[in-house]
Ligand binder design. Structure first.
Ligand SMILES: [Zn+2]
Ligand SMILES: [Zn+2]
Length: 296
């Protein structure tokens, strides 16, 4: 297999940290839009979407040097296309400022796309969604693989199996980690994405997300990730284990001895993997998830 690299882990660009899922007093969150913005600015985030339910809360006046608000909302409903209830993030909206009642799901997703937006399926585990429900959702760029609010409040934050199942069924979904902060529990500053882009503007960040040029984390940092001569190598901040996750039987878990840590791992590709993703697991349970690369 020829040398190649993971999107984002080569060439020019800067890693920008962002959270695309949080709520304010404009829907069911406990903090005002200004307080929400202040929190993420103070934590060094480069961009956020304040994704209130069914309506866009305009925080464009909070833009500053090095901080980019991106318009969006969380839509919801119940539709056969998703096998039942759905919550989805609509990110990068301009004219569309509310979920129109009565507009059904395919047309709603078309309207989001026509407005320049991106759709992301939220917290499948919490919703009770399985991969077969997502098979026809090719309008979504990905799923939330981790949702901090769902984890903190009812221990249903991890949707890794659902994600893997969609990948195995041929969906080309990227994986997102988000706070979904409602500010009543410890659900803020816990999950984010790191987007690699040439510059911090909306067009660059949204295009990088569409292209999968990002990874998700609730703690660990992925320093490098690439493939050379059939071997995948990852380096990261100190973690307890590094997982290489492919389809069916393909993959590998590399773990540090109990009480110790590792900062790199290698995986020799079998050559029959259809895709592979990497997950770095810290001793405190926090994780980093790369997006998959596809070989077929
Ligand atoms: Zn939701
Ligand atoms: Zn939410």
């Amino acid at each position: 297999m020829a040398a190649s690299t993971w999107p984002g882990f080569s060439g020019e660009g800067t890693w920008y940290k962002g959270n695309l899922h949080c709520h304010s007093t404009e829907s069911d969150g406990d903090r005002s839009p200004a307080d929400v913005t202040r929190f993420y600015k103070s934590r060094g985030y480069s961009f956020i979407t304040l994704s209130d339910h069914r309506r866009v809360t305009d925080i464009s006046d909070q833009a500053s040097d090095g901080f980019l608000p991106i318009g969006g909302m969380e839509i919801d409903g119940n539709h056969a296309l998703t096998g039942g209830p759905f919550h989805m993030l609509a990110i990068g909206l301009h004219a569309l400022n509310a979920q129109q009642p009565g507009l059904e799901l395919p047309e709603l997703l078309d309207a989001i796309a026509a407005d320049g937006g991106i759709s992301i399926f939220c917290h499948p585990y919490w919703l009770g969604t399985c991969a077969t429900d997502l098979e026809n959702l090719d309008r979504c760029v990905g799923v939330e693989v981790f949702n901090a609010n769902c984890e903190v409040e009812i221990a249903k934050g991890y949707s890794t199996e659902c994600w893997d199942d969609t990948l195995q069924r041929g969906m080309r979904f990227f994986g997102f980690a988000h706070d979904d902060a409602h500010w009543r529990s410890d659900d803020f500053g816990r999950a984010w994405i790191l987007v690699r882009a040439a510059k911090l503007d909306e067009a660059s960040i949204l295009q990088a997300i569409r292209d999968g040029v990002f990874y998700s984390s609730s703690g660990p940092i992925i320093e490098s990730l690439g493939i050379d001569n059939g071997t995948v190598t990852v380096t990261c901040s100190p973690v307890a284990a590094i997982h290489f996750v492919g389809d069916t039987r393909y993959g590998q878990r590399t773990a540090a001895p109990v009480g110790e840590s590792i900062t790199s791992a290698e995986y020799k590709l079998d050559g029959r993997e259809r895709y592979l993703r990497v997950e770095c697991v810290a001793s405190d349970g926090s994780r980093a998830w790369s997006n998959p690369v596809w070989f077929v």
